[in-house]
Design a protein around this ligand. Structure first.
Ligand SMILES: [Zn+2]
Ligand SMILES: [Zn+2]
Length: 280
């Protein structure tokens, strides 16, 4: 029974990863690499070996995530948690609210566990594997060492023991988490300028923010929001400037970029032709 649920968890986690990170990789790294180049955060692309490492470690992470799922479903553990199975117990309003509460809990949990894993005594053992990606791709979303996988996966205990939560609300939370995690490691900034400038946008985390964390190793420890980085003054000093530069660049349509490139190369060709024709 337990091995059956382990393999079921493993299958679902792997499929979720492949179905979200896969299309993101296909679109941004293969099919439309050129079209989206103006949204790229770091110009260079990772090496093939980086993708393989990120995928291999993610597959290993799912072993630990599945084990955590099996432990949570043990009657002795589940019995002490606040998991519930009838939506009518708390109603639909709370069902939706519980998803947001789970995200907020995860946001705080991630910030502090992440900062702790950056402590020199813990970094190598827990977090170095994830930081091998200095220019992350969508595949890096779950590329953790076994110890970090246990830390990351344990958020599910925190949530299930702290707040009443329905199993489907957990599924919705995990889906949002994966989507956001893949966006955070996408390597491209997708937020439009109006969102970044809005009140909500100021507090929402961005792909640029997490990409800078991978590039510089310091600052920007947050996950969904930048609240904790702001409260504890750990936002990277160049964050606002970098994000603004990126969204300004993204405003140029690719056609404009091509036209500018074309006209630049055209006038360069013209000048060369003029020089050549001026020769005796
Ligand atoms: Zn880190
Ligand atoms: Zn990361």
């Amino acid at each position: 029974m337990e091995s059956k649920s382990f393999f079921l968890f493993y299958l679902v986690l792997t499929l979720r990863y492949l179905l979200i990170a896969g299309p993101a990789f296909l679109i941004f790294y293969i099919l439309y690499k050129q079209r989206f180049s103006r949204l790229r955060i770091q110009k260079l692309f990772p090496e093939k070996g980086d993708y393989y490492r990120e995928i291999a470690y993610s597959f290993l992470t799912f072993v630990f995530f599945s084990l955590i799922g099996v432990v949570l479903l043990q009657p002795e553990v589940k019995g002490h948690s606040q998991l519930y199975s009838e939506i009518s117990n708390y109603g639909w309003g709370y069902f939706i609210l519980s998803i947001f509460l789970a995200l907020l809990l995860h946001d705080l949990y991630f910030y502090w566990t992440h900062r702790m894993m950056h402590h020199p005594k813990l970094f190598k053992l827990f977090h170095l594997t994830h930081h091998k990606s200095t220019n992350p791709s969508p595949w890096a979303a779950f590329a953790f060492s076994p110890l970090e996988a246990i830390v990351e996966g344990s958020i599910i205990f925190v949530i299930a023991f702290l707040i009443p939560i329905h199993q489907y609300a957990i599924l919705a939370f995990l889906l949002i988490m994966t989507l956001f995690n893949v966006y955070g490691h996408l390597g491209y900034e997708l937020y439009p300028k109006w969102l970044v400038k809005s009140n909500l946008g100021k507090w929402l985390n961005t792909s640029t923010n997490h990409n800078m964390h991978h590039k510089y190793f310091k600052g920007n420890y947050g996950l969904y929001t930048r609240i904790w980085d702001e409260v504890f003054k750990t936002t990277h000093a160049d964050y606002d400037k970098t994000l603004l530069q990126l969204i300004e660049k993204a405003k140029l349509k690719s056609d404009d970029t091509f036209n500018q490139t074309d006209s630049a190369s055209l006038s360069a060709r013209k000048r060369t032709a003029e020089k050549l024709s001026a020769r005796p």
